[in-house]
Design a protein around this ligand. Structure first.
Ligand code: PMP
Length: 307
């Protein structure tokens, strides 16, 4: 757990305000009912200064989340892309995590959010690898959660909505209380879905697979990035469901996410994965690190330079 260290500014409803001034009322509608959609984006240090990775795709997903929840976003993709890049530049730290959020504000209670103004804010801060530096190199220990992933018939998992994360918090806290680093959630029919804030990939006999979007997951942008890597590396790849026991029998397992990057999983429910080595994961991780830091010309199109 790392405390947030303030940076100078936060973008809030169209303008930059001082970090300490970016406040809301306790009767903020979205705080009570979880009516908030958000994004998690990273900026990285490159030889040309700070750059945001796959910024447009993140903002497009942000607007898609808003659309699913009937939120009328008052800003365009271009405006939000520009605001994110400017924020990184204004705050003067190239390597940060960015958090755009849209939420129903103060002015109306009861479930119907109409009447509460929609607030849109973007903050950034310095945040190391979500599952730890050691986790990223040596692998993390995961636990299959007793909590099922929210089902698409109840909550749309493809919307990055704050309320979905109550499900993730239950799983995360259960895993940590059990001495694990992270949870793996199954969906309502018992197939592997994802982590609370990560997608999951399985490697067996050199074949890479990941659950399809229809398994009830967030369509991760890092997941999509790996699709490109596995194609470019000539690896055999399937979008396919797999079961809990197929976690145990994998040669390698890995999590992907903006916060977590590409993180190997070394153990599930106390069973070591494969031979304790993760050669393909390491290759994909190295490609990811090169891409985000602007060291791979082939993937430079994914970077938005802030200077
Ligand atoms: N699943 C969930 C539930 C998440 O919160 C995240 C993080 N946004 C991911 C998967 C990974 O998505 P991305 O690679 O776009 O960060």
């Amino acid at each position: 757990m790392v405390a947030i260290r303030p940076l100078p500014k936060i973008w809030m409803n169209g303008r930059f305000v001082d970090w300490d001034q970016a406040q809301v009322h306790v009767l903020t509608h979205g705080l009570h009912y979880g009516y908030a959609v958000f994004e998690g984006i990273r900026s990285f240090t490159t030889s040309r200064g700070g750059a945001v990775f796959r910024l447009r795709e993140h903002i497009e997903r942000f607007l898609d989340s808003a659309k699913i929840y009937r939120m009328e976003m008052p800003y365009s993709v271009d405006e939000l892309v520009k605001a994110c890049a400017e924020l990184v530049r204004v705050n003067g730290v190239p390597e940060t995590y960015l958090r755009p959020i849209a939420f129903s504000g103060y002015g109306q209670m009861g479930l119907d959010p109409r009447g509460a103004p929609l607030n849109v804010a973007i903050a950034n801060w310095v945040w190391g690898p979500y599952l730890g530096v050691e986790g990223a190199t040596k692998g993390v220990r995961a636990m299959v959660s007793s909590w099922a992933r929210v089902d698409a018939r109840s909550m749309p998992p493809q919307a990055k909505c704050a309320s979905n994360y109550a499900n993730g918090i239950l799983a995360k806290m259960e895993a940590q209380a059990g001495g694990y680093d992270e949870a793996i959630l199954l969906n309502s029919i018992g197939m592997v879905a994802e982590g609370p804030g990560e997608n999951i990939f399985r490697i067996k006999d050199n074949i890479v697979s990941t659950p399809p979007a229809s398994s009830g997951i967030l369509r991760g942008i890092t997941r999509d990035t790996l699709f490109k890597f596995v194609a470019d590396e000539g690896l055999t790849f399937h979008r396919t469901d797999f079961t809990r026991e197929e976690l145990f029998t994998a040669d390698e397992l890995l999590f992907t996410g903006t916060a977590a990057g590409v993180t190997p999983i070394r153990d599930v429910d106390g069973r070591p994965i494969g031979q304790g080595r993760f050669p393909i994961t390491s290759r994909l991780q190295a490609l990811y690190e090169d891409a985000v830091h602007g060291r791979a010309p082939k993937y430079e199109k994914w970077l938005t330079y802030v200077d």
